[in-house]
Design a protein around this ligand. Structure first.
Ligand code: NAD
Length: 441
């Protein structure tokens, strides 16, 4: 059992902290936002993540998990300090490292003996070494410490399972002492034979960016193919299915859609382009994936305008789904933001529904209307758009939707349905990359 502090109780920090407690460690989670810590102390989870409240509740009850805003106390009482604060996009695509740097300063100031500092946030190559300098600079008296890189690969929406059953654990460390502690922290995962990749901090840092950039590129690749499908009259669903049957390609991340969003791919792809630039290299494939993604989000606006007959001004558009993907309330870089802005700019009235993201969406998009359910969003709409593939949108009563709408027209930005589901009911249906042979058009 290790005494661990986790600084930053966002998606990664809270899931990681609760997960580490579930592995048997004694964990104190720290955040600078008092409201978050107050909520957690009352047993409330500050964001939506399936299964997380049960793990948090169990570990609090069994005395392995606690919360504080006091980083000095957490650092003083722990032998290992995980850093899981945000690393948002900064100027020109570079990573804004202010949260990471300020945590390093605090750790330096408050350490009372040897500490192992674990960098879990996604940070540019060289950051582990750089924060070692910051810690040293802020120590009131010299104490030994190690900084290791341990990037996180969990996905929002299935974060708890991903943390407890990861495909791999990556640790970049310079010292045997640090690596031995990391092995010991993750030892319970050996039982499920999780591969443990031991490497240098630089390599570990780059593994995270390379993995995210590859997945984002796969998405942009299939979105590019989807555009070609529309032009030549082919169906991207069949193209992706057949491609995915090739084991060298695999079926994952080959779903044509509205473009990737979320807190990771958009900023991490841009950051990798920047990291390459800084060492005089060009990440041209990744840069192309970024550009294809930008265009894909805009293309969704064009699709809706076309579905409304070429002009959305004065027309009502119903929007189903706002979060960047299902099972999360995270709105960061969600394609729905580009769509809603594009439509309101063109004079449309937008009525939106999301099962859990409405509150976060309202803060970002105060100018659109929000409804209580999917059917109210469809009411009097000239076009209904499926923006996030929440399960509840997969089993809509389509006849009821048709009867509520001003005009029966659907734009399915996630290919949740097939044209055959809608067209026999009198709907106009537009998916992504669902081209049809010319003679049937
Ligand atoms: P987040 O924005 O949800 O949470 C960050 C938290 O850190 C916030 O609660 C913030 O208040 C807190 N914080 C910031 N500065 C602090 C300080 N000085 N002291 C204490 N608390 C502080 O971020 P996230 O989505 O959990 O991501 C964290 C990191 O993990 C990022 O680098 C991200 O790229 C990476 N990551 C995220 C995911 C994901 O799915 N969200 C997956 C893998 C990796």
């Amino acid at each position: 059992m290790h005494r661990i502090a986790v600084v930053g109780t966002g998606y990664v920090g809270l899931v990681g902290g609760a997960g580490l407690a579930d592995l048997g460690h004694s964990v104190i989670c720290v955040d600078r936002v008092e409201e978050k810590i107050e909520k957690l102390s009352r047993g409330e989870i500050p964001f939506y993540e399936p299964g997380l409240s049960e793990v948090v509740e169990r570990n609090v009850r069994e005395g392995r998990l606690s919360f504080t805003t006091d980083i000095s106390l957490a650092v003083a009482e722990s032998e290992v300090v995980f850093c899981a604060v945000g690393t948002p996009e900064g100027d020109g695509g570079a990573v804004d490292l202010r949260q990471v740097d300020s945590v390093a300063e605090e750790i330096g100031r408050h350490m009372t003996g040897y500490r192992l500092i674990v960098q879990k946030s996604t940070v540019p190559v060289g950051t582990a070494r750089r924060i070692a300098g910051i810690i040293r600079e802020h120590q009131s008296e010299p104490h030994e410490f190690d900084v290791v890189s341990n990037p996180e690969f969990l996905r929002e929406g299935s974060a708890v399972g991903d943390f407890m059953r990861p495909d791999r654990v990556v640790v970049g460390a310079d010292s045997d002492r640090a690596m031995a502690t990391m092995r010991s922290i993750y030892r319970p995962l050996y039982l499920i034979k999780t591969p443990f990749v031991e490497t240098t901090p630089e390599t570990a840092e780059l593994i995270k960016y390379a993995s995210n950039a590859f997945l984002a590129t796969k998405i942009s690749f299939i979105n590019e193919i989807a555009g070609i499908c529309e032009g030549v009259g082919a169906d991207v669903q069949s193209v992706a299915y057949a491609m995915g049957l090739d084991k060298r390609i695999g079926p994952k991340f080959l779903h044509a859609g509205a473009g990737y969003g979320g807190s990771c791919f958009p900023k991490d792809t841009k950051a990798l382009v920047k990291i390459a630039e800084e060492v005089g290299r060009e990440a041209s494939i990744v840069a192309a994936a970024v550009e294809v993604n930008r265009l894909q989000k805009e293309r969704m606006v064009d699709k809706v305008v076309d579905a409304a007959g070429g002009d959305v001004s004065g027309r009502t558009v119903g929007l189903l789904g706002l979060s960047f993907k299902p099972n999360t309330d995270d709105m960061r870089y969600a394609a729905s933001q580009v769509l809603a802005a594009g439509l309101t700019e063109r004079g449309a009235r937008v009525r939106a529904f999301d099962p859990v993201a409405t509150e976060n969406a309202r803060a970002l998009m105060p100018d659109i209307e929000y409804t209580e359910d999917a059917y109210s969003a469809a009411e009097d709409a000239h076009v209904l758009v499926i923006m996030t593939e929440w399960n509840e949108f997969r089993r809509l009563d389509l006849e009821r939707i048709r009867d509520l709408m001003a005009e029966p027209s659907v734009v399915d930005c996630r290919n949740v349905y097939d044209p055959e589901d809608f067209e026999p009911l009198g709907f106009r249906y537009e998916g992504v990359g669902r081209g049809r042979p010319k003679e049937t058009q």
